[in-house]
Structures are given as structure tokens and as C-alpha cells.
Design a protein around this ligand. Structure first.
Ligand code: GLU
Length: 442
């Protein structure tokens, strides 16, 4: 493929960059996240039987809100940020899904992320629809005070559509327990009553759930173990490569390492590190906690970022952003299994290349569902004001993930389709069955 001209204002004009080195959102053939989601739905429609007549429902978000988020900066000037909350589907229950703060957030992305939440929540059978939110901002450029003011104003703006029985936000990329605490407080102040159930992923002292922080990574690990059993891969002697070492990749990496696997490569926004004998994961987690990136970790080699995809490994865990595995690198991946900790990390074209090369992909819509599963536990605990032990939560999480994965595995075998298509079949059928039972209003 020929090099394409770069229209990104951050790159000097006239510069040409080989397509494989361009960020995915600048590639000429990029469908965008919503386009990718629509292709995934199209692949599933033939398997929906009579419910296919409702499939158009899945191709439109129920409701999308764009909000202006003006805040006073510390220097006295006013800055405006663009925020979104999209409720893709609420047939099975209230909207549910995280909020991300990132400079690349777009409406197309939030729409796709909200739709993937609908499929995910249905696939693990928690009684939620799908929703997602975000603000187009690089939170690293804000002071703590600015971050709080932005979070509060955003919450207030989307307050007209969220609520414990309407739509329940949670953490996602660059948002955390503190941000959930501010969101809960802002919503509660506007309502005149403390409403802990309006968000999940809160601090434990504010109605948060034990086990929520590690839940997504624990779910990634759980489905990884199940799939490894099916393909005869021994975790204790396996090599793992992880992209993104935050709340998802860091926890999954830790659990795989505890099970004896060697975490040989880790990539994040700061760079890529490698150690054939296996990285010291607890030391790496401490390094990331101190400096915010894996870059600069002393006990490792530095690898060029694009080489990450060629690392000799058995398990590859993309746990950062969308569209990381594309037709430009899928052919170079050596892993036997890809576990999608991130949402939307693999494009449909890459899915096909991986399938052809016999690389098993555990799709986001089941692999990273551990987070929202424990969010569901948190929401139930908040409603009943009765809190469970961490052992109880982890045991219930593992049971739900294992059962859901077993169901999806069977559908994949029966229909000879990928695990992504199988998970979409399970999820879409549940959503559309609920849709049909409810009927059209009016
Ligand atoms: N942001 C997480 C996800 O993408 C969790 C959402 C939630 O807990 O509501 O699944």
C-alpha cells in the first residue's frame, strides 16, 4: 500500500507516513468505531432467526446527548470541553457503561462503546442496557481542581438523563473512584438526596463494592483460563504480552504472573518494554504507580513500539484503546490467543486475518465483562444497603464469567463462527427478545 498524505495538524504538512505507522484514526480505510460495530452486527443478523426483523434497533442508539462543559481554569480563563452520554439500548434495563476522559473521544466512539455495552451486558446476562459517556479532553493537562470542576459540570449537564434506575455511569479510560465520588456527589446535590446507586466504581467508603477495582482484570484472567483449557495451552508455562498497564492490563498481568506465566512485553502510552525471562510484575506495577508509565523501568529492554505486535508470546492482551490490531499488524501477531481487555481493539479486517491464522480471539464483549458484572453487584448492594464480602463477590464473578463463556463457546462450535460472532448472537438475541416482548410504544 502506498504512503498517504497526513492531514493531522500536529504533523508538518507535506509529510508522508507509511499507513502502518499512522494512528488508526488517520488511516484512509478507517471505518471508525461505529462503522466497525455496524459491520459486527451485520455479521450476526443471519443467525438471529425471527428476531432479525428487530435488528435495525441495534443499529441506532436510543438516545445521544452532546453537552458543553465550560469550566473556570486555575488561571482565571474559561475553557469549554465537549461531553457526550449515549444510551444505546435500554430494552433489558437501565443504561449502563463507563465514562472516559480522552483527547480522542468522539461521538462515533461513544456510540460504539455504548453499543458494545449493550451486547456485553446481555452476554453476561446482567439486567442492564448499554450506555457510555466521555469528554474530549486530555485530563493530564488539568489540575486536580480543574478535573473536579469539569467532572461536576459534566455530571450536572448529563443529569437530565442519568439516575440509579435510568442510566448508571462507571469508570473507564482515565476515570477512577475519585471521579465517581464527585459524580455521585454532584448528582445527589442536584437531587437533594444521597443517591449512591447513580454510579458504580465508587470508593468502598461511599457505597462502592469490594472487588470492583480488580474485576475487569480478574474477568480477563478467568476467561483466559477457560479458553486456554479448550485449546490445550498451559498458563503456567505461557508467555504474555500486554498493551496498557492500568486498571485492566495491570491486574490481568498480575494474575497471569501469579499463575506462573511470564509477562514478557508491556506497552503503554510512554513506550514498550521487553524481558524474555519475564518482567517482575509487582516491581513494574510499583514503577507505573510512581511515574505513570512503564517507560523507564530499569529491569527491561526497550522495544520499538511497532515491534510489540511481533513479540514471541502465547497470549496477547490489548488492554488500552480501540483499533490497535488492524490489517497492518494482525499478520505479524505470534500469540495463540488474543484476550481483549480493551473495548474494540481489533478491526473486522484484523479479525478475519487472525481467524485465518488460527489465532483465537476472546472478544471484548465477553472478555472484559468482569468490570460491569461487579458494577451490577455494586448497584444491587447500594439498593439493598447490604454489602457482601470480597470472597463472595469474586466467587460470584468467576461463576458468571465461566457460565457466560461456556455458553458462548458452545454457540461458536454449533454455528462454526468466531467467539465474537457467537457472543453477539447470544447478546443480540437477548436484547431483541426483550425488545419484542415489550413491543412498540405507542
Ligand atoms: N467501563 C467498563 C466497561 O467498558 C465498565 C462499565 C461499568 O462498570 O458500567 O465495561
Amino acid at each position: 500500500m502506498s504512503a498517504v498524505s497526513n492531514s493531522n495538524p500536529a504533523v508538518p504538512s507535506g509529510t508522508t507516513v507509511p499507513p502502518a505507522l499512522l494512528p488508526s484514526y488517520l488511516q484512509a480505510d478507517n471505518l471508525g468505531p461505529w462503522g466497525i460495530y455496524l459491520q459486527q452486527v451485520d455479521r450476526v443478523v443471519p443467525y438471529l432467526g425471527n428476531l432479525a426483523r428487530w435488528a435495525e434497533t441495534l443499529k441506532r442508539p436510543k438516545r445521544a446527548l452532546i453537552v458543553d462543559v465550560p469550566i473556570q481554569l486555575d488561571n482565571g480563563t474559561v475553557a469549554h470541553f465537549e461531553g457526550y452520554r449515549v444510551q444505546h439500548n435500554t430494552s433489558r434495563g437501565p443504561g449502563k457503561g463507563g465514562v472516559r476522559f480522552h483527547q480522542d473521544v468522539t461521538l462515533s466512539e461513544v456510540m460504539a462503546l455504548s453499543a458494545w455495552m449493550s451486547i456485553k451486558n446481555a452476554a453476561v446476562n446482567v439486567p442492564f442496557g448499554g450506555a457510555k459517556g466521555g469528554i474530549r479532553v486530555d485530563p493530564k493537562t488539568l489540575s486536580l481542581g480543574e478535573l473536579e470542576r469539569m467532572t461536576r459540570r459534566y455530571t450536572s449537564e448529563i443529569g437530565i438523563i442519568i439516575g440509579p434506575t435510568k442510566d448508571i455511569p462507571a469508570p473507564d479510560v482515565n476515570t477512577n473512584e475519585q471521579i465517581m465520588a464527585w459524580m455521585m456527589d454532584t448528582y445527589s446535590m442536584n437531587e437533594g438526596a444521597t443517591a449512591t446507586g447513580v454510579v458504580t466504581g465508587k470508593p468502598v467508603d461511599l457505597g462502592g463494592s469490594l472487588g470492583r477495582r480488580d474485576a475487569t482484570g480478574r474477568g480477563v484472567y478467568t476467561v483466559g483460563l477457560e479458553a486456554a483449557r479448550h485449546i490445550g495451552l498451559d498458563i503456567a508455562t505461557s508467555r504474555v504480552a500486554v498493551q496498557g498497564f492500568g486498571n485492566v492490563g495491570g491486574v490481568a498481568g498480575r494474575l497471569f504472573a501469579q499463575a506462573g506465566a511470564r509477562v514478557v512485553a508491556v506497552q503503554d502510552h510512554g513506550g514498550t518494554i521487553y524481558r524474555e525471562a519475564g518482567l517482575d510484575v509487582p516491581a513494574l506495577l510499583a514503577h507505573v504507580a510512581a511515574v505513570g508509565t512503564v517507560a523507564g523501568f530499569a529491569q527491561a529492554e526497550v522495544l520499538a513500539d511497532d515491534k510489540f505486535w511481533e513479540v514471541d508470546c502465547d497470549i496477547l492482551i490489548p488492554a488500552a484503546l480501540e483499533q490497535q490490531i488492524t490489517e497492518h499488524n494482525a499478520g505479524r501477531i505470534k500469540a495463540r490467543m488474543v484476550i481483549e481487555g480493551a473495548n474494540g481493539p481489533t478491526t473486522p479486517a484484523a479479525d478475519d486475518i487472525l481467524a485465518e491464522r488460527n489465532v483465537l480471539v476472546l472478544p471484548d464483549v465477553i472478555a472484559n465483562a468482569g468490570g460491569v458484572t461487579v458494577s451490577y453487584f455494586e448497584w444491587v448492594q447500594d439498593f439493598s444497603s447490604f454489602f457482601w464480602s470480597e470472597d463472595e463477590i469474586n466467587a460470584r464473578l468467576v461463576r458468571i464469567m465461566k457460565d457466560a463463556f461456556a455458553g458462548v463457546w458452545e454457540v461458536a462450535q454449533d454455528n462454526k463462527v468466531s467467539l465474537r460472532t457467537a457472543t453477539f448472537i447470544v447478546g443480540c438475541k437477548r436484547i431483541l427478545h426483550a425488545r419484542e416482548l415489550r413491543g412498540l410504544y405507542p
